[in-house]
Design a protein around this ligand. Sequence first.
Ligand code: NAP
Length: 249
Amino acid sequence: MSSSGSRIVVITGGSKGIGRQVAFKFAGESAKIIIVHYDPDETDSDWTLNALSEKGVEAESHKVDVSSFEAVDVLFKEILSRFGRIDVLVNNAGITRDTLLMRMKEEDWDTVIRVNLKSVFNCTRAVIRAMIKQRGGRIVSISSVVGQTGNAGQVNYSASKAGIMGFTKTTAREVAARGITVNAVAPGFVDTDMTAVLSEKVKDTFLRQIPLGRMGRPEEVADVVYWLCSDAASYVTGQVIHVNGGLYM
Ligand code: NAP
């Protein structure tokens, strides 16, 4: 908790989808919310900021490419110089560039690994010294069920999400003694723009494999992220929490 009583919370990819719902969860405790997104069309981030402002929350958004080590470093230095601390980092930004391995271009591989995995290194690296000095902090990264199971057509994406699992466990071990918890949440098939582009055939195939028989809602993932950042989860670290309607058990 910061000295002013409000937690300083950074959410990458907080402009829409799961990240937006995570921001709404933190709005309930009057946290100071900093959203990072990258699309030059700011419609989504503006919508989220307006919704947060209507809830009476202080929030801001920054258009920064989380895959850039330098840009992330500059952003976090600026945040730390203004607020003096960061209490929560949610590494949520992610993209897909799906195709079969034999057709995948090097650029599709590199882009997904940079945006989904290197970004987690960039942001966590940028915040970790401050959290160590604070002797506390919460880091939650959004992985995916396919990081565990694999999924044909997503070799880049599933490798990036499996990478987050290893990153989470190692970082958790390195900083546990400083009171920092580091966890991952692995959603299954969630109703956002990311899955809206899938064909009905692909969606039906997924749905048939989900015991709860439906897609997840972004709020259902956000609830678990928020719990991991709460006092109720003070003894949980190095974990990958699956939120997938039973798709993977
Ligand atoms: P989404 O609605 O497409 O949102 C993705 C977010 O990431 C947006 O806010 C986007 O902002 C941001 N982003 C993308 N590239 C970025 C970059 N280079 N720099 C900064 N921000 C960037 O996706 P979602 O479904 O909510 O996914 C959120 C996370 O959950 C992702 O990591 C995804 O892999 C993971 N996940 C999703 C599902 C699912 O079924 N939806 C399942 C498992 C895991 P801009 O648009 O402004 O760039």
